[in-house]
Design a protein around this ligand. Structure first.
Ligand code: ADP
Length: 174
């Protein structure tokens, strides 16, 4: 059997239990998994590229066949550069499917030698996304069931100076 290196790319802003689950499952399927943190997506980010890489490293430390790297540009170019033949993606709710399908077909067109393997989320993480984590954390809610404790702490730190409520107390039912 040939040695198979896989890349699990994403923004990881921040890493949560759904990502960790996919990374660990991929590490059981492939010889080596490179969790690749994309530096500058078009969307706005809460954490810097360095912070996101550091958190992914900490969350996945102690797994000898998982490495964490940062990357820029096309995912398929990054795969070629490091000799990876597989891109791993996680699939959650149905709404992910169209986007992943489009991305997989595009990547296949750009690099036919690279296969996209989609792992279906574990049911308990089906509705978990970095967007939800950020939204709940920004409003001061408990995210401990979504992210490791050190990520929850980093979020608390980021959102420490939240803006004061817009409406006066009388309009807020207080
Ligand atoms: P992107 O910015 O590329 O969408 P994300 O950091 O949001 O990247 O996610 C990286 C990968 O992890 C994607 O394939 C995404 O579908 C997958 N993923 C995110 N949340 C979950 C989850 N709860 N269960 C399984 N896979 C997930």
């Amino acid at each position: 059997m040939p040695y198979i290196k896989a890349v699990f790319p994403g923004t990881f802003d921040p890493i949560h239990y759904g990502h960790i689950d996919i990374a660990l499952r991929a590490a059981r399927l492939f010889d080596e998994v490179v969790v690749a943190v994309y530096d500058r997506p078009l969307k706005e980010l809460v954490f810097s590229p360095e912070e996101r890489v550091a958190m992914v490293r900490k969350a996945l430390a102690g797994h000898p066949n998982i490495q964490v790297m940062g990357y820029s540009g096309l995912t398929v170019e990054f795969c070629r550069k490091i000799g990876a033949r597989v891109i791993v993606r996680g699939l959650r709710v149905f709404s992910d499917f169209e986007r992943e399908f489009r991305m997989a077909l595009t990547n296949h067109r750009l690099a036919p030698e690279i296969e996209v393997v989609a792992l279906i989320t574990s049911a308990k993480y089906m509705f978990l996304s970095s967007t939800t984590v950020r939204e709940v954390a920004a409003l001061g809610g408990d995210v401990s069931f979504m992210v490791p404790p050190f990520v929850a702490e980093a979020l608390r730190e980021k959102f420490r100076n939240r803006a004061a409520p817009y409406f006066p107390a009388s309009l807020r039912g207080e």
